[in-house]
Design a protein around this ligand. Structure first.
Ligand SMILES: C[S@@+](CC[C@H](N)C(=O)[O-])C[C@H]1O[C@@H](n2cnc3c(N)ncnc32)[C@H](O)[C@@H]1O
Length: 284
């Protein structure tokens, strides 16, 4: 299986050893297959747009940088990688430009990389994973994405199923859920200009495909104003444990996910699988 994956892939010169390692892992049964899959998804997008313009927000040691540069090798495409730190050694070659900047500071990035002004085919968002930063980044960069182009977000798997897995951390789970909530809320305000998909496993990827023309801006989203009430969750949980049928009523409309992770119910242990979830029944 691994060999077939390699044989079917176009052989590129730069970073091919790294890409081949990822291809082998993708063909394996290990959990790392999801992580490799995420990086290779970016490579597939670059292979499909060899003359495209790519923007990476958050460079670090250049895992995503390398897979995209591998795909663009020998073509006219450009990858601009941005990081607040000096990551100029993360990549190399004629298809690559590194800009040291805050990634939400579009004016500075555009001044150093004017190629982005003509339109961007894919933005990979993998910098500072806070709601405020990512919202600022998407507001800044969405207008420059071409129709049919993508914005791909890392660290978004919002599920509570990381127990025993590579990313087993309550903090990570809460941060990912806040990110998925933000992206979903923005999506629902902008369904006339983008589509959204999610890949689960590893850190998860959210994929926006822009359906509106270059220049169109994101409509502001409405943060959810009805915080989740713990006693309602407790009631629901009790009902489910006792196998009482749960009937959706109008009152349940306020049981929405809060934007602010600090409002999440306290004492929830995602690893207590099979155990009662320790929601306290709050006084009414
Ligand atoms: C998760 S790492 C990026 C990983 C990288 N995309 C990869 O595939 O290897 C996050 C990076 O975001 C950078 N970063 C943090 N805050 C930032 C900001 N405000 N603007 C730009 N980059 C930032 C960090 O310095 C770090 O290198």
């Amino acid at each position: 299986m691994e060999m077939n994956a390699q044989i079917n892939e176009p052989q590129k010169a730069v970073y091919s050893e790294y890409v081949n390692r990822l291809l082998n892992v993708r063909g394996s049964q290990s959990e790392d297959a999801s992580a490799a899959d995420q990086l290779l998804f970016l490579r597939d997008q670059a292979l499909a747009r060899p003359n495209g313009t790519f923007l990476e927000l958050g460079t670090w040691q250049g895992q995503a940088t390398k897979v995209m540069l591998n795909a663009l090798n020998g073509a006219r495409g450009t990858l601009v990688s941005v990081d607040i730190e000096d990551c100029r050694d993360a990549g190399a070659g004629p298809n690559w430009q590194f800009v040291q900047s805050d990634s939400k500071d579009d004016a500075t990035v555009l001044a150093h990389a004017p190629v982005l002004k003509d339109g961007i085919d894919l933005v990979y968002v993998d910098g500072l994973h806070t709601v405020a930063q990512v919202y600022a980044e998407i507001k800044a960069w969405f207008p420059l994405v071409r129709q049919g182009g993508m914005i791909v977000f890392d660290d978004v798997d919002p599920t509570p199923y990381m127990c025993g897995h590579r990313k087993d951390s309550a903090r990570k789970e809460i941060a990912n859920r806040a990110m998925a909530t933000l992206l979903t809320a923005v999506f629902y305000e902008n369904m006339d200009r983008l589509r959204m998909e999610m890949k689960l496993g590893s850190t998860g990827l959210a994929i926006w495909t822009k359906t509106s023309e270059i220049g169109s801006e994101l409509r502001a989203y409405r943060p959810m104003t009805h915080p989740r009430h713990e006693h309602q969750l407790a009631d629901l949980h009790d009902d489910l444990r006792e196998h009482k049928p749960y009937k959706h009523t109008e009152a349940d409309q306020v049981t929405l996910i809060p934007m602010d992770a600090s409002q999440s119910p306290v004492g929830v242990k995602p690893c207590d699988s099979g155990q009662p979830v320790p929601f306290g029944r709050s006084p009414r």
